[in-house]
Design a protein around this ligand. Structure first.
Ligand SMILES: [Zn+2]
Length: 151
């Protein structure tokens, strides 16, 4: 599952789409909606988490880009990315769901490759990632999209 942001009036071919998988997009949008909560409506905030084509018009896209640039310059975004990683690092291991910790895969009866014979895995939530690079790409997209829809 992923999210496709479709530009309304892209300034060039490069900015026709902004694509993130769910693991990258959800933390990004959560961050954007936190720091731009006064710019976005409730519908837009919620709409960004589901693939229903919520509209962000050009004026708003530019407003989001301006806000995010300031926040990147201030160092706050980097700080957030760091603490996001810290929280992930601190999440404990859980029992492997594929073998229930028996090391034998429940369905195949073979040695479990999901946990690689340890019986433990990182919980799914640790698959989410938040990076400054992705945030900067998103800013460029906002500036050059002419507005967009989130699908
Ligand atoms: Zn396992």
């Amino acid at each position: 599952m992923g999210f496709d942001l479709i530009a309304l009036k892209p300034k060039s071919e490069e900015y026709r789409r902004f694509i993130n998988n769910v693991w990258g997009w959800r933390p990004l949008w959560a961050f954007v909606t936190k720091v731009c909560s006064d710019l976005l409506t409730e519908e837009q905030i919620n709409g960004g988490h589901i693939n229903d084509g919520v509209l962000i018009n050009e004026e708003l896209a530019l407003g989001i880009a301006r806000r995010l640039k300031k926040i990147i310059e201030s160092g706050f975004a980097e700080h957030q990315a760091g603490s996001f990683q810290d929280r992930k690092d601190k999440v404990g291991m859980i029992t492997c769901n594929a073998c229930d910790g028996t090391l034998i895969h429940k369905y195949t009866g073979e040695p479990c490759m999901i946990c690689r014979g340890t019986g433990k895995v990182k919980p799914m939530v640790t698959a989410y990632h938040f990076s400054i690079e992705n945030l900067k790409e998103f800013v460029k997209f906002c500036e050059n999209s002419g507005g967009f829809e989130i699908w």
